[in-house]
Design a protein around this ligand. Structure first.
Ligand code: S3P
Length: 164
């Protein structure tokens, strides 16, 4: 049985929905950002010290390690992880779900963007630009796309489980 992997833009709820979905399915939940932080420290600090290129390389290795999990898990990926083609190749064997959100929802969720260094000083401008760059890639990787919606986390989980 493959892992269930959640992808999508920053603020789309990959971590919260992933945790709730894992609880529902009785599977372990892992989050690539949390795993990265536990191993290498806060992401903004890592960007400052080592730069984005180094972050992306380590992120790929973390994701590859998590996808190789001995138990089928629910795995939430950082929003930029799918930009690595080696990571995309690994996703071919997994059940991949894209969580989508609108700009309005993103604006409510990402705040001042301080925990996400790729958003810089103008978080919503950056979010929109990055979303435009990545949307097609998210969709191409996904076996299931959950459209932007204001439903609760548990309702999102219901929707996913019904479509698995
Ligand atoms: C990033 C998204 C973040 C985190 C890092 C870079 C991105 O994860 O991996 O700050 O490039 O989209 P979330 O999508 O969980 O915010």
């Amino acid at each position: 049985m493959s892992n269930i992997v959640l992808i999508g833009p920053m603020g789309s709820g990959k971590s919260t929905v992933g945790a709730a979905l894992a609880r529902r399915l009785g599977r372990p939940h892992v989050d690539s950002d949390h795993f990265f932080v536990a191993r290498y420290g806060p992401i903004p600090d890592y960007f400052t010290t080592h730069g984005e290129k180094d972050f992306r390389e380590r992120e790929h290795r973390v994701v590859a390690e998590l996808l190789d999990s001995p138990r089928p898990s629910v795995i939430s990926l950082g929003g930029g992880a799918v930009m690595d083609e080696r990571t995309r190749a690994l996703l071919g064997e997994q059940m991949v779900i894209m969580l989508d959100i609108t700009e309005e929802q993103a604006a409510l969720r990402i705040g001042d963007g301080t925990t996400r260094p790729v958003l810089g000083d103008e978080p919503m401008e950056a979010w929109k630009r990055i979303y435009a760059e990545r949307e097609g890639i998210y969709r191409a990787c996904a076996d299931m796309v959950l459209p932007a919606d204001d439903e609760s986390i548990e309702t999102r989980v219901d929707t996913i489980v019904a479509r698995l």
